[in-house]
Design a protein around this ligand. Structure first.
Ligand code: ADP
Ligand code: MG
Length: 136
C-alpha cells in the first residue's frame, strides 16, 4: 500500500464541498486513513510550501491556506497513489483543468483551486511528516 497527503483547502471547506471531494476519492477506491479538520498555522503552511518561497504568489498562498479550516488527510491506495490523486485533482489552474476532475468540475481559480495533493512519493512522505508527525 502507498500513502499520500491530500488537503481540502479552506475554499473547499468554506464552500461545503468536503463530501463531494472526498466522495470522488472514495469512489475511486482510495481510502482515507487519517483526517483532521484544522486551522493550518502560518509556520506549517510555510514549511509545506517551502519550495514556493520567493514566488510572487507565495505570501497570498500562505494567507489563503491559513484563512480558515482545511481538511488535512492521508489517502491510501496502490503504488504511486499520489499520481492517482493528482489525476483526480486536475491542473493547478482550475480554469484550464479538464472536466471530470475535481478542479475542472468545481473550481475556476488559480490560487483558490480547492485541493492539494503531493506531487511525488518523496513529497508525500515529507508532507505526511509535516502534518501527521506522530503517525506510526
Ligand atoms: P499544485 O497545487 O497543483 O501542486 P503548485 O504546487 O504549482 O500547484 O502550487 C501550489 C499552489 O499555489 C497552487 O495549488 C495554487 O493554490 C497556488 N499557485 C500556484 N501558482 C500560482 C500562481 N501563479 N498564482 C497564484 N497562486 C498560485
Ligand atoms: Mg504542488
Amino acid at each position: 500500500m502507498d500513502r499520500t497527503l491530500f488537503i481540502v483547502k479552506p475554499d473547499g471547506v468554506e464552500r461545503g464541498l468536503i463530501g463531494e471531494i472526498i466522495g470522488r476519492l472514495e469512489a475511486k477506491q482510495l481510502r482515507i486513513v487519517a483526517a483532521e479538520m484544522r486551522l493550518i498555522d502560518v509556520k506549517t503552511a510555510e514549511r509545506h510550501y517551502a519550495e514556493h518561497h520567493g514566488k510572487p504568489y507565495y505570501d497570498k498562498l500562505v494567507e489563503f491556506m491559513t484563512q480558515g479550516p482545511a481538511l488535512v488527510t492521508i489517502v491510501e491506495g496502490p503504488d504511486n497513489t499520489w499520481q492517482v490523486v493528482r489525476g483526480l485533482m486536475g491542473a493547478t489552474n482550475a480554469k484550464d483543468a479538464t472536466p471530470g476532475t475535481i478542479r475542472g468540475d468545481l473550481a475556476i481559480g488559480l490560487r483558490e483551486n480547492l485541493v492539494h495533493g503531493s506531487d511525488s512519493a518523496e513529497s508525500a512522505q515529507r508532507e505526511i511528516d509535516i502534518f501527521f508527525p506522530d503517525l506510526v
